[in-house]
Design a binder for this molecule. Structure first.
Ligand code: NDP
Length: 328
């Protein structure tokens, strides 16, 4: 038997999430069974937990797009019982059963062995959001960003991706400007290493002039929409924006002028289908470069039973930092 937060759909089409004991025979197919220790909460989890079930196609469903734990059994020679592993992406928790359970069964190809120094709890304090933040920083640096380049903007800074991006960049010596719509998070963001707080409303207006002063040497953008369009016109010559999310909208009401007159780069960051070598490289860098005290400052502990309410909160932009779910 194992315990899981199950989203069920009734005959009227309404969904609700309840904690249930399930037989192991309910687990999906896969080569590796993992005793899950921690999971976390992402925007996508909020969608899958909420009314209508979001990205879920088949009910009952176990959400949780990421988890960390120990291998319980494995039919794949790359994994042995006891190995500490992390899973993010591959649409686990969306179209396949995910991490809001004490057991998960998945394909061996989807798992990454955790670096020695990273606990399963720390791995979920990082989670998909933190992995994506690191992939964004790697992309910016692969395109020439160094601390001497100038100020780096992080949008949605008090959220999951933004918090980890702020901490990683600050720890690497970058001067970080953190955009937030929640002024009350200023001390938290400064604690993560932000040198400057930019109120969301400063970037809220739609593009009036395609080019403004060259202000940012790089940007990790979790917001998208009109804010991203505005930021493109404020990037320094040749600078890059790593586009990670759409918390502020999927439309991009921009012009091509920043690309063709300033050589600005818009780099797409996907963590879900990301090939394994990049994941291994990113987790190794997280283990060595993300200050663990800063990570701990972002953590809000939770249990499976807390998740329905937290799911609602993240959809409203009301979660600060990283929720770590102890599933045991
Ligand atoms: P969070 O909800 O934790 O953070 C999002 C933050 O965006 C909020 O905390 C808020 O920050 C800001 N925000 C919310 N609504 C608005 C708005 N209308 N306008 C401007 N800012 C807003 O989510 P995550 O950090 O986990 O994820 C951020 C985005 O990245 C999501 O869209 C998510 O789907 C995406 N994502 C993409 C991945 C990929 O592989 N590309 C992987 C993981 C996430 P503040 O309060 O500081 O203003």
């Amino acid at each position: 038997m194992f315990r899981a937060l199950v989203v069920e759909k009734d005959a009227a089409g309404a969904t609700r999430a309840v904690v249930r004991e399930l037989e192991d025979s309910c687990l999906p197919e896969g080569e590796v069974t993992v005793a899950v220790e921690y999971s976390t909460l992402n925007y996508k989890d909020g969608l899958c937990l909420g009314a209508g079930g979001g990205l879920v196609k088949v009910w009952p469903h176990v959400p949780g797009i990421d988890f960390a734990g120990r291998v319980e059994s494995s039919a794949d020679p790359r994994f042995q019982p006891g190995d500490r592993v992390v899973l993010t992406g591959w649409r686990v928790g969306e179209i396949r059963w995910g991490g809001y359970a004490t057991k998960a069964r998945v394909k061996a190809d989807w798992l990454v062995k955790l670096p020695e120094t990273l606990t399963t709890r720390a791995a979920m304090a990082v989670g998909t959001a933190g992995l994506t933040a690191m992939l964004a920083v790697m992309a910016l640096e692969d395109h020439g960003l160094v601390p001497a380049s100038g100020e780096v903007l992080v949008t949605g800074a008090a959220g999951g991706v933004g918090s980890v991006a702020t901490a990683i960049l600050a720890a690497r010596g970058y001067r970080v400007a953190a955009v937030t719509g929640r002024p009350e998070t200023a001390d938290y963001l400064r604690g993560l290493g932000a040198a400057r707080i930019v109120p969301r409303e400063d970037l809220a207006e739609t593009v009036k002039r395609p080019l403004e002063s060259e202000t940012w040497a790089g940007c990790v953008d979790a917001v998208g929409g009109a804010m991203l369009a505005r930021i493109l016109g404020q990037m320094a010559y040749g600078a890059s924006v790593a586009a990670v999310g759409l918390a502020g909208g999927a439309a991009l009401p921009a012009t091509v002028v920043p690309f063709i007159l300033r050589g600005v780069n818009l780099l797409g960051i996907d963590s879900v289908m990301r090939p394994l070598p990049d994941r291994v490289r990113a987790w190794a860098r997280i283990a060595t470069e993300l200050p663990m005290d800063k990570l701990e400052a972002m953590v809000r502990p939770a249990t499976l039973a807390d998740l329905p309410a937290l799911g609602e909160a993240i959809l409203k932009g009301g979660v600060q930092g990283r929720v770590v779910v102890d599933v045991t």
